[in-house]
Design a protein around this ligand. Structure first.
Ligand SMILES: [Zn+2]
Length: 393
């Protein structure tokens, strides 16, 4: 009740600002889930069957090189070309540094969807879950959330081959949570109960504005902090660590010196500007370098993937809920697979193929890659349509 009253008071006190923020919600990918879906999604999935994953694919292709795998999902990290065009920042030095440290950075990488929930599902399941033939799953958020939280083909294959699953959740965004599929969890801040969050979501106020400490949110959005937290807890080898950090997605937490900002909203959906995004990317790149140092210094053969799930929201018309620009599909991608596998990364990489390439590497097989497809979907909308993107030249 206290939360509801607080929300009402906020609405009265800052009506015009709230209207502006609400318009921003419409433009962005993470929020604006109808309350009914939130309530449905808040239902805890059944206890997972950890013995699952004995499908024919796992039996047919065993892992022969069980190296640890880190999948660092940097939410909203667009391609170097779009970072330069939309945010005026040249990240070539960072990309060159990755290449010197054994990463392959494909010339172009694209997500298959412009929204987080669909992108993460396709990445982890290694397939198109939401297309014209399978629209139902697109609106079945509990199923999607369960998949993102660990009940997916990547985890099943690796578990069947003796891997532990380590899960670091971003916090603030509830679809990705530790719900029992993981062996080790580094959980992001979620300061309200599900019921309270559902109530707040019925208002135009973002529930992430309540109760979360800025430093706590920032800590979880720093891949170096999360990686060190996992290393400190020393999961048993081999493990697959899925680290989902909100950066460089809003809330914009750092300036370009990596000092914590206090002048930005602690919300998932705000109007994105080029300078805010550029500062966040500059700081994120430093943190990624620190995270990679921490991993490689302990485990020189670790597989490390840095992967964006969709582009930025810079320049997105708040009224254009559906027709986001093609740039929204451009993503950052860098894979450190080791010399024996680096030739398997194509020049044009779609997200359904990222974990296919990683798993083929630890199996010592050629990756079976899917043709690239792009689909328009949005949070809170059950439509699915082919996205009209220009060809990859
Ligand atoms: Zn996202």
């Amino acid at each position: 009740m206290a939360v509801g009253l607080t929300a009402a008071a906020l609405l009265v006190a800052s009506r015009f600002r709230v209207v502006q923020v609400y318009a921003a919600f419409l433009a962005c990918g993470l929020a604006l889930i109808p309350a009914a879906q939130i309530l449905a999604a808040s239902i805890q999935p059944a206890a997972p069957d950890v013995a699952a994953g004995q499908g024919p694919e796992q039996d047919a292709m065993p892992v022969t090189d069980a190296r640890n795998i880190w999948l660092i999902l940097t939410d909203g990290y667009t391609s170097p070309a779009v970072v330069r065009e939309e945010a005026g920042l040249d990240i070539a030095p960072f990309v060159d540094g990755l290449a010197r440290r054994g990463f392959v950075v494909p010339e172009r990488a694209r997500s298959n969807y412009p929204a987080t929930f669909a992108s993460l599902a396709s990445l982890l399941e290694m397939d198109y879950l939401i297309d014209e033939d399978s629209q139902q799953l697109g609106v079945d958020r509990p199923a999607i959330n369960r998949l993102i939280s660990g009940d997916n083909e990547s985890v099943r294959v690796l578990r069947a081959n003796g891997y532990r699953f380590v899960h670091a959740t971003p916090g603030l965004w509830d679809s990705n949570r530790c719900v029992g599929f993981e062996d080790l969890c580094v959980s992001g801040p979620s300061p309200l109960s599900e019921t309270a969050r559902a109530m707040v979501r019925m208002t135009p106020v973002d529930p992430s504005a309540f109760g979360a400490s800025r430093r706590q949110v920032a800590q979880q959005a720093d891949p170096a902090w999360v990686v060190n937290e996992i290393l400190d807890q020393a999961p048993e080898d081999p493990f697959f660590a899925f680290v989902h950090v909100l950066s460089p997605h809003p809330p914009f937490l750092w300036n370009d010196e990596c000092a914590l900002r206090t002048d930005t909203q602690l919300q998932l959906d705000v109007v994105q500007t080029g300078p805010d995004y550029a500062a966040d990317v500059e700081c994120l790149n430093r943190q990624l370098n620190d995270a990679i140092d921490a991993i490689v210094s302990e485990d020189s053969t670790a597989i490390v993937v840095i992967q964006g799930d969709h582009g930025s929201g810079i320049g997105t018309d708040p009224d254009a809920l559906w027709g986001v620009p093609a740039e929204r599909f451009e993503v950052f991608s860098a894979l450190r697979l080791g010399p024996e596998c680096e030739e398997t990364v194509p020049d044009r990489l779609g997200m359904t193929n990222v974990m296919r390439i990683v798993l083929a590497c630890v199996r010592g097989t050629e990756p079976q890659l899917l043709p690239y497809e792009a689909w328009m979907v949005q949070e809170g909308d059950d439509r699915v349509e082919p996205a009209d993107l220009p060809d990859w030249e």
